[in-house]
Design a protein around this ligand. Structure first.
Ligand code: SF4
Length: 390
């Protein structure tokens, strides 16, 4: 996939497979979160063992339904959630062993896990390293206590204070964090000071998101009831436009709207979502995309374990998929390669015409069949994506 050690140029890949596994439990359900997750406190989940058995069953069921995935090579595995660091490393190791016994793996697959600050310790990272996990991402969001309170996140003061040091000394090289901005009550300076702490620690991957209001969350109910303010959108646009330069000065590549990495440290698993590569989604609330079809699992751990694996698969519209995913990339990609592989001739000409229009307006560059957004496109991105998808 990589063409250079500096800025990668993404292209169509046809023989790989990613695997995403959703662990749905967290210490506490955060107010803004619309992932399928349940807060269960500090104790392990009662059904952890049977949940991992159900993961294996689902993997076999999906492979029986789509036998062609056995011909593919797994090059990324992502343990997400929820809070997968709440499950025992032993269970993750057994699941990895199981996947390795059933499928072929690439020589150096990316094996990621999301970790919450309350679970992060040098011992945990050493354990993950010993079982073959080679990428860790920590959902920090903010270091400000009142910001965490606003988000309704669990706050473990000791772990929050030691996290930069633990990550800096990690035996796993590929580490990253998520930070959030536009939280009401958290000043821009406070966000930038959190950010500079991680920039100075030279972490190889940073995901920088704006707080969003999702329907059905506690946060959206609190906003409707006027108990909490909406995300600070003006501040968010201001920060969003400043970030690319700040990150560039520190040697990061801006490879997706909200994601920055040192060269070679991009999340290869998340890139699959943006470059239309197939992946198995396993676990309650997980989604998968295989052979031109999508499926989704029930957002309920009990139901997921009791029910037979769903055989409902929806056909994908490649035009919509490509517009919503590929054009989120800010690193260069071989646009003709994608268009010619996935689109019919009518949609292809519509895409080419729209892209030509963007180039004329100075929103993107096109060189040797390689497309790249210019920073000018950033604040217009939602509208531009809509333009190409209609
Ligand atoms: S820890 Fe993450 S997954 Fe769990 S509730 Fe909070 S935001 Fe959602």
């Amino acid at each position: 996939m990589k063409l250079s050690n500096k800025e990668s140029i993404w292209q169509v890949r046809n023989s790989y497979l990613g695997v995403y596994v959703h662990f749905p439990y967290c210490f506490k359900k955060c107010d803004y979160c619309d992932f399928y997750s349940e807060g269960i406190g500090a104790a392990p989940a009662n059904d952890e063992k049977s949940l991992f058995q159900s993961y294996k069953k689902e993997i076999l069921d999906r492979a029986n339904h789509f036998p062609e995935i056995r011909k593919r090579t797994i090059d990324t595995v992502f343990f997400g959630g929820g809070t997968p660091s709440k499950a025992s490393a032993k269970h993750w190791k057994e699941l990895l062993d199981f996947l390795r016994s059933e499928f072929s793996f690439s020589d150096n697959p990316e094996i990621s896990i999301e970790v919450n600050p309350e679970d992060l310790s040098s011992e945990l990272l050493a354990e993950y390293n010993s079982i073959g996990i080679n990428r860790v991402n920590v959902g920090v969001q903010t270091l400000e206590k009142k910001g965490l309170e606003f988000l309704g996140r669990h706050y473990d003061e000791v772990r929050y204070h030691s996290l930069v040091e633990v990550l800096t000394n990690s035996p796993i090289q590929r580490v990253g964090i998520d930070l959030m901005y536009g939280i009401p009550g958290v000043a821009k300076e406070s966000f930038l000071s959190d950010l500079s702490l991680f920039l100075n620690a030279n972490l190889p991957h940073l995901s920088l998101y704006s707080l969003t209001l999702e329907k059905g969350t506690q946060y959206s109910r609190d906003v409707s009831d006027k108990k909490k303010g909406e995300p600070e959108e003006n501040l968010q646009s201001e920060i969003l436009t400043q970030l690319p330069n700040i990150l560039k000065e520190h040697g990061y590549l801006w490879y997706e709207v909200s994601n920055y990495a040192k060269p070679g440290f991009e999340s290869l698993h998340n890139l699959k979502y943006w470059t239309y590569e197939p992946y198995l989604g396993i676990g309650p609330g997980a989604h998968g995309m295989i052979a031109g079809h999508r499926y989704g699992n029930p957002r309920n751990a009990n139901l997921y374990q009791k029910k037979e694996t769903s055989n409902k698969y929806g056909m994908i519209d490649p035009s919509t998929e490509l517009s919503l995913t590929l054009f989120r990339l800010f690193s260069p990609f071989r646009y003709l390669d994608f268009i010619e592989t996935y689109l019919d001739s009518k949609t292809k000409s519509k895409y080419l015409k729209t892209i030509e229009g963007w180039e004329k307006k100075g929103l993107c560059s096109i060189e040797n069949e390689v497309f790249q957004w210019k920073p000018e496109a950033l604040l217009l991105l939602d509208d531009l994506i809509l333009e190409i998808s209609l």
